[in-house]
Design a binder for this molecule. Structure first.
Ligand SMILES: NC(=O)c1ccc[n+]([C@@H]2O[C@H](COP(=O)([O-])OP(=O)(O)OC[C@H]3O[C@@H](n4cnc5c(N)ncnc54)[C@H](O)[C@@H]3O)[C@@H](O)[C@H]2O)c1
Length: 357
């Protein structure tokens, strides 16, 4: 691990499963960031995270952490319902923000965050880590430089019945705490809403990253034998035809992927479960040389790559590849539009939606 001379001091807010499995290590391995502080209200999680990852500072109180002038940026890894309030607090304290996906749980709070980011002049990035899969980035570049006009985009995301068998082996043992701060009620009990926020947010962000703005959706939903399936007809601003389907859980292997057809080429991609930290298998065909090309993407630790890119934007003014606050709002609008379309059995324009899922 070689560190660059300029390092972004990152404070990680939330020592729950996602930080334990990804963010603490990603931050330590990032070439241009330093795990400066960890903050969690649960003292047991804080103590074990500090013992293992040795940040310079630990905090139980978020305000005390935000008052530390040496904190440059906050990585917010807490429950979805706290994303917007804590991002607003961090921005008000003058900190850059990398916040987990989805950015929020309603259109209104996401708009409020857009306004706050705009007023602050600070960087906010959302943890849509799929964008940093080297295969996805390769496809993104191919679409911009070689594909020509896009005719169609088809994306899918199937979460497996065996996900927890696989993640149990791939992730470090994670510690849970009765003292962890959680939202009221049990937001995960409404599976339809939870699956869309947890998984649909990735599916829709990847679609937007590769095919551009979604302006309307027509969705159908089927719940059978405990499994949920959405078929989403997407209208892209570009005129490309779009389809996305989400199956949670599928009786089979985990799979994410997309197919793109364009004027001068096509793309075919299959992405593994993120926790393998392997690049997606992405092939781009160009009629220019009648060749398929596929990157190796040896470094596919997407949680690290997203921190490095975030730090590059702040430290060196590089272009932001990660999802920004407006991308986050668009994903929330798309998820709400999907819910409304299912309820009303009609096409819903994203600009007309309000409320939450
Ligand atoms: N990008 C991905 O692939 C991916 C994967 C899994 C989870 N996630 C996202 O990560 C987020 C967090 O997931 P999790 O399972 O770790 O959540 P969690 O709720 O289990 O843990 C969050 C931790 O944050 C702490 N916390 C909350 N509010 C706090 C506050 N005000 N001050 C101090 N500490 C506070 C809690 O005590 C808890 O320990 C979710 O939004 C989830 O959608 C993303």
């Amino acid at each position: 691990m070689t560190k660059e001379p300029d390092l972004l001091n990152v404070a990680i807010l939330g020592a729950g499963p996602i930080s334990q499995a990804a963010h603490f290590e990603a931050c330590q391995k990032a070439r241009n960031a330093r795990l400066y502080a960890i903050c969690d209200l649960a003292p047991d999680l804080l103590e074990s995270a500090a013992a293992m990852h040795r940040p310079e500072k630990v905090f139980r109180d978020v305000d005390a952490m935000l008052a530390d002038r040496d904190v440059h940026a906050v990585l917010i890894g807490v429950a979805d319902q706290f994303h917007v309030p804590l991002s607003l607090k961090a921005l008000a304290a003058g900190k850059h923000v990398l916040v987990e996906k989805p950015i929020g749980v309603s259109v209104e709070e996401s708009v409020e965050l857009c306004n706050a980011v705009h007023a602050s002049g600070l960087v906010l990035q959302i943890g849509h880590n799929r964008r940093f899969d080297p295969g996805v980035l390769f496809a993104h570049r191919f679409v911009a430089e070689e594909l020509g006009r896009m005719q169609s985009y088809k994306g899918w995301y199937y979460d497996s019945t065996s996900r927890y068998v696989m993640t149990g082996n791939l992730q470090p043992l994670t510690q849970v705490s009765q003292l962890a701060k959680r939202p009221q009620g049990d937001p995960k009990s409404d599976r339809r809403r939870y699956f869309m926020l947890a998984h649909g947010s990735h599916l829709l962000d990847t679609a937007r990253f590769l095919a551009g703005e979604i302006i309307a959706v027509r969705a159908r939903h089927n719940e059978s034998f405990g499994a949920h399936c959405w078929f989403m007809d997407l209208t892209f601003a570009s005129g490309a035809l779009g389809h996305a389907d989400l199956n949670v859980p599928i009786r089979g292997d985990y799979e994410e992927g997309f197919q793109i057809a364009g004027e001068f080429g096509s793309v075919h991609a299959r992405l593994p479960l993120t926790w393998y930290q392997k690049s997606g298998n992405v092939e781009c065909f160009s009629i220019r040389d009648a060749m398929y090309r596929r990157p190796l993407g040896a470094d596919a630790f997407t949680y690290k790559l997203q921190i490095e890119s975030f730090a590059d934007v702040i430290l060196h003014g590089k272009p932001q590849i990660g999802a920004n606050v407006y991308d986050g709002l668009a994903s929330v609008q798309a998820m709400v539009a999907v819910a409304r379309s299912v309820e009303r059995a009609e096409t819903v324009a994203l600009t007309t939606v309000a409320g939450g899922l």
